[in-house]
Design a protein around this ligand. Structure first.
Ligand SMILES: *Cc1c(COP(=O)(O)O)cnc(C)c1O
Length: 450
C-alpha cells in the first residue's frame, strides 16, 4: 500500500492501484456507463467517472532517499557515491556494461553526440515523429538534422527512408523508440553497419523495452534515457547513457564533467576535446534508486494492460493500435498510440473525437505535430550561422529533403495518444476506455452536430 499522508495525488495513486477492488464498493452509477448510454459530451453519464492513476507514485522510500542525501551533506556526485551506485544498478538492470547519470535526456543525447565529436558540416538522420529534443541536440552542434519519414503503422522511423537519406556527410543515425516501443532495430542496425555509421538510440521514452530479449539502448553505440517528470522513470529532471564500449564510456564521462576524469586517448580523432557540466546530483541518484524499486512491476503492468487494451480496440472498426515490430519482446508503453479513421465514425473530425473522449473521462491527445513544418524548425534555413556554414543552396535543399508525406498524414488527422499512467490500473480501466470509444462510434452522427 502507498502512504496516504503526502498528498491527494498519492491517495489517488492508491485508489487506482487497488482499482478493481474499490470499484466493487462504489455505487453502480460510478462504475461507468455502457455502450448504449448517451455520450458524456451530449449530457450522458461518463464511461470513466474517476481519475486514472496519478504520477509520480511514491511513499516513505522516496522521502527517506531524499532526506538521507540531505543529511549526509554530500549533495553532488563529486565526493559522493550515490550517483555511482545508481549507475551500477542502472547498468545491471539494463544489461549494459556502462551507465552514466546526467542532468537530462537532452544532455544524455548531447553528451553522446559531443563524445562522437559531431560538428558543423555533419548530418544526423533522425525521425520526424519525435520530441523536439532529438532535433535540438543536433542543431546545438551546428550539424544538419535530416528527417526520415514515419512508418505510420508503427509510428516509428521508417528504415527504408533512413537508407535513402544517407549521404557522405552522414555522421550518425539516431532513431527514437517512440512511445517506448522499439523502432525496427534489425533493419536500422544493418543499414548503419553497411554504411559504417554509428547508431545512437534515443531511448528517452523506452525504459526496459526489449528487442529480441535484450534491452533497447544496448544495440547502438550508446542509448540515451530521460528521467524528466513525465517519463516512466522520474527524478524531476535527469538522464542516463548506457553503452557497452569501454573507451566511449570514458569519453562520455569526460564530456559530461568538463573534460575531467575521462580518458585522453579519444574514441575518434578529436573526440574528447570538448566538454560541459551535465552532472547528476546525489539527490536525483538516490530518488532514482528508490523509484527503480517500482520500475519493473510498473513496466509489466503497463505492458499487460496495453496488450488487453489492444485486444479490445482491435474489435473497433477505424481504430488501429500502433503496430509492434516482430522483434519486440517488451514495450515500455510511455505512450499508448493508435490511429483514428474518421470514415468509420460518420466523418467525425479527430478534434471532436478527442473532445468527446475527454468528456467521457478518458485523457487523450493528438500528440506531436509535423516537426519539419514547424516555423521553429524551418527558420533554421535562415539562421545566419547555418547560412555561413552550409550556404543558401544547401539550406534550401535541406527544406526540400525534409518533406515527410506519411508523417503529415499521421499527425494531421490520425494519431491519438493515451499516457503511461493510464496503463497502471486494472483491466476494468481498459474496458472503460473501449466502452467510451464504442459509445462515441455509435453516436458519431449526433456528435458531429454537437
Ligand atoms: C523526453 C525526451 C527527450 C529529452 O529528455 P529530457 O529529460 O526532457 O531532456 C529526448 N527524446 C525523447 C524522445 C524524449 O521523449
Amino acid at each position: 500500500m502507498e502512504n496516504n499522508k503526502f498528498s491527494r495525488r498519492s491517495f489517488i495513486n492508491t485508489l487506482s492501484i487497488v482499482g478493481a477492488g474499490m470499484a466493487m464498493h462504489l455505487p453502480s452509477i460510478a462504475r461507468g456507463s455502457s455502450d448504449n448510454a448517451k455520450p458524456a459530451l451530449l449530457g450522458g453519464p461518463q464511461a470513466r467517472p474517476w481519475e486514472f492513476s496519478g504520477w509520480p507514485i511514491f511513499d516513505q522510500t522516496e522521502e527517506k532517499a531524499v532526506t538521507d542525501v540531505l543529511k549526509s551533506g554530500v549533495w553532488g556526485r563529486l565526493g559522493g557515491n550515490v550517483v555511482a551506485n545508481f549507475e551500477r544498478e542502472y547498468a545491471k538492470v539494463f544489461g549494459a556494461k556502462h551507465s552514466l547519470g546526467v542532468s537530462s535526456g537532452t544532455s544524455a543525447l548531447y553528451t553522446i553526440l559531443g563524445a562522437l565529436d559531431l560538428g558543423p558540416g555533419d548530418e544526423v538522420i533522425i525521425p520526424v515523429y519525435t520530441f523536439v529534443a532529438t532535433y535540438n541536440v543536433v542543431v546545438l552542434n551546428y550539424a544538419l538534422p535530416i528527417f526520415a519519414d514515419t512508418d505510420i503503422e508503427s509510428f516509428q522511423i521508417d528504415p527504408t527512408k533512413v537508407a535513402a537519406a544517407i549521404t557522405p556527410q552522414t555522421k550518425i543515425i539516431m532513431p527514437v523508440h517512440i512511445g517506448g516501443s522499439p523502432a525496427n532495430i534489425d533493419q536500422l542496425l544493418s543499414i548503419a553497419q553497411k554504411a559504417n555509421i554509428p547508431l545512437v538510440e534515443d531511448a528517452c521514452q523506452a525504459h526496459l523495452a526489449e528487442w529480441k530479449g535484450r534491452k533497447v539502448g544496448n544495440y547502438g553505440l550508446a542509448g540515451a534515457f530521460s528521467f524528466q517528470a513525465s517519463k516512466n522513470l522520474n527524478c524531476a529532471e535527469g538522464g542516463a547513457i548506457i553503452t557497452n564500449d569501454d573507451a566511449f564510456a570514458q569519453t562520455c564521462y569526460g564530456f559530461h564533467n568538463q573534460g575531467q576524469g575521462g580518458q585522453t586517448t579519444a574514441y575518434t580523432p578529436g573526440a574528447g576535446t570538448r566538454a560541459t557540466n551535465v552532472r547528476l546530483t546525489e539527490f536525483q541518484g538516490n530518488l532514482l534508486l528508490a523509484q527503480m524499486t517500482r520500475l519493473q512491476a510498473q513496466t509489466k503492468r503497463r505492458a499487460e494492460n496495453a496488450a488487453y487494451l489492444t485486444s479490445l480496440l482491435n474489435g473497433i472498426k477505424g481504430i488501429y493500435p500502433a503496430k509492434l515490430y516482430e522483434g519486440t519482446t517488451m514495450s515500455a508503453f510511455h505512450l499508448y498510440m493508435f490511429r483514428y479513421d474518421k470514415a468509420f465514425f460518420s466523418g467525425l473530425p479527430r478534434a471532436t473525437f478527442l473532445k468527446a473522449l475527454q468528456a467521457e473521462g478518458v485523457p487523450c491527445d493528438s500528440g506531436y505535430g509535423p516537426m519539419n513544418r514547424d516555423t521553429y524548425v524551418t527558420g533554421l534555413a535562415q539562421n545566419k550561422h547555418y547560412l555561413k556554414i552550409y550556404g543558401e543552396k544547401t539550406m534550401k535543399e535541406w527544406q526540400e529533403r525534409n518533406a515527410c508525406p506519411q508523417n503529415d498524414k499521421l499527425t494531421g488527422e490520425q494519431a491519438v495518444w493515451f499516457f503511461q499512467n493510464m496503463l497502471l490500473g486494472t483491466r476494468t480501466d481498459m474496458e472503460q476506455i473501449a466502452t467510451a470509444i464504442r459509445k462515441i462510434q455509435k453516436n458519431a452522427k449526433a456528435l458531429s452536430k454537437a
